[in-house]
Write a protein that binds this ligand. Structure first.
Ligand SMILES: Cc1cc2nc3c(=O)[nH]c(=O)nc-3n(C[C@H](O)[C@H](O)[C@H](O)COP(=O)(O)O)c2cc1C
Length: 143
């Protein structure tokens, strides 16, 4: 079975984080059906999400996410073949980051302060995956 890992960043419309529980609920439901795993991070309305699974399923999910009016300025950071999942066990996790998280790991703070145009230059795919793994370890969601 071939697997891909896709990472993008976006901005919540009006920085409204109150929509996150509903997003997580539908993400868990659809991803369980589609055998997709991943993690969603949010810092001050700025989002980073990784999706993993079979290419056709991941791209179909990404197309729905891209069209979702609850966020905008989507920037794709990477989509690459992988031999194994990094978020096995998470149909989707959610972690809302606080200032304390960034104080503990200041080298990661800049990723969430970039404008969409800067992201591709300033956040490498490797750094994005490290951020998702570091902060996603203590997330809520469904496995
Ligand atoms: C930031 C964000 C992340 C999302 N993550 C997922 C996800 O991982 N899987 C998923 O199926 N839908 C996700 N959604 C929801 C989709 O955009 C969409 O509402 C959902 O898949 C239902 O699609 P439908 O309304 O066309 O049936 C996400 C939406 C947003 C705004």
């Amino acid at each position: 079975m071939s697997l891909i890992q896709l990472i993008y960043m976006s901005t919540l419309r009006n920085n409204d984080e109150s929509v996150l529980p509903a997003i997580l609920e539908s993400a868990v439901r659809y991803n369980t059906r589609d055998n997709i795993t991943g993690m969603l991070l949010c810092a001050d309305g700025c989002l980073m999400q990784v999706l993993e699974g079979e290419p056709a399923s991941v791209w179909a999910t990404f197309e729905r996410i891209e069209a979702d009016p609850r966020h905008h300025d989507l920037t794709l950071l990477t989509d690459e073949s992988v031999s194994a999942r990094s978020f096995e066990g998470w149909s989707m996790g959610l972690r809302q980051l606080t200032a304390a998280d960034f104080n503990a790991l200041p080298e990661h703070a800049h990723a969430f302060r970039c404008s969409p145009g800067e992201l591709r230059h300033r956040v490498s795919p490797g750094a994005a995956l490290e951020i998702l793994k570091t902060f996603g370890g203590t997330s809520m969601g469904m496995s």
